[in-house]
Ligand binder design. Structure first.
Ligand code: ASP
Length: 342
């Protein structure tokens, strides 16, 4: 029986067309996009499509839209073999991370892709990205199980785990990197799947989560950070989690104004997660004197989470209503492959 794939078009450059007068890129519709790649029919798959009524530039992405997307996948889960999401590249790594948490026990392939040039452009990267994403979403092993049963991102011949990627280049076709974690597959003459990097099939059936909290803030540390800024940000009303992007292995100033302000936020029930500004390696709280105080006051290690995954994981756990110890414990575990070493 032929594979049935659902394409979800959310917007992004892939489906944009240049306004002849202003030169501004604006979205056009899904049928026009698919008409650009008639070769897709050679696969013999049954392709169904759902499009946002108003396709968006992904800079306008919100947690509500992530939940809407997770619901669409949930509604089509039993009728389709795989899913391809067309999405702007700017916040694609956030959406991929969010969906990896919202779609618990996923055992089918969800591929996010997009492009740096619109699909109608002569030198577009959109066609290859779209065609190969569809092939990957439909790929299965000898038992009929999905080859890549997880949320992933395909761009420029590389398939990455969705919650391990960062957008690293605004111009190159190679727009994404996956620091600290190898690609799940690489496309050349044929698609090579790296089975040992891919999550094993998960049991228990899909569970779609429908809550994410935005009571999350972030602060990237820099030499010269003022006590006033730290104080203001930590006193933002209604904020439950503060994500600190520390130096190196998660290090931070040892000055009393810094440790005391952070410590008092934690004492009042706030949660602080420490990730690293580096793209390789991991947070190691207590390795240096400059992180020993953080460990003592109860700062949570974000290990080697990307910023995108750390934000989405915080929103997701708060959405489950988890605070205190439950939240801290969940940060020490890899829920859907977001930590490379657990
Ligand atoms: N601004 C666009 C977006 O993220 C860029 C892209 O599609 O790559 O929607």
């Amino acid at each position: 029986m032929s594979k049935r794939i659902l394409i979800l078009y959310t917007g992004g450059t892939i489906g944009m067309i240049q306004d002849p007068v202003s030169g501004i890129l604006r979205p056009f519709d899904l049928e026009q996009i698919l008409a650009q790649v008639p070769e897709i029919s050679i696969f013999g798959y049954q392709l169904d499509a759902v499009a946002f009524e108003q396709p968006i530039d992904s800079s306008n992405m919100t947690p509500e839209i992530w939940i809407h997307m997770a619901n669409i996948i949930g509604q089509h889960y039993h009728t389709h073999d795989g899913f391809v999401i067309l999405h702007g590249s700017d916040t694609m790594a956030y959406t991929a991370s969010a969906l990896s948490f919202l779609l618990e026990n996923l055992d089918k392939c969800v591929v996010l892709t997009g492009s740096q040039l619109p699909i109608g452009h002569v030198r577009t990267d959109a066609k290859e990205n779209l065609i190969t994403s569809i092939e990957i979403a439909a790929a299965c092993d000898e038992h009929g199980n999905s080859r890549v049963p997880e949320v992933c991102l395909y761009f420029d011949y590389q398939l990455y785990r969705g919650n391990r990627v960062i957008k690293y280049n605004a111009e190159k076709f190679e727009a994404f990197h996956s620091p600290n974690y190898p690609p799940l597959a690489e496309a050349g003459i044929r698609i090579r799947y790296h089975s040992n990097a891919i999550l094993p099939k998960r049991m228990g059936g899909l569970k779609v989560h429908r809550h994410m909290s935005t009571a999350v803030g972030s602060l990237k540390l820099f030499p010269g950070l003022s006590a006033m800024l730290l104080n203001q940000i930590l006193h933002t009303p209604g904020m439950d989690v503060m994500l600190i992007e520390g130096f190196g292995a998660g290090n931070a100033p040892t000055a009393p104004w810094f440790t005391q302000t952070l410590g008092s936020f934690i004492q009042k029930g706030g949660l602080v997660v420490d990730i690293t500004q580096c793209h390789g390696g991991s947070v190691e709280l207590g390795k240096y004197e400059t992180s020993a105080a953080l460990l003592q006051m109860g700062v949570i290690s974000g290990h080697d989470l990307t910023f995108e995954a750390a934000i989405c994981k915080s929103m997701f756990l708060l959405g489950l209503g988890w605070k205190g110890e439950k939240f801290t414990e969940a940060f020490g575990k890899s829920l859907s492959g977001e930590l490379s070493k657990f």
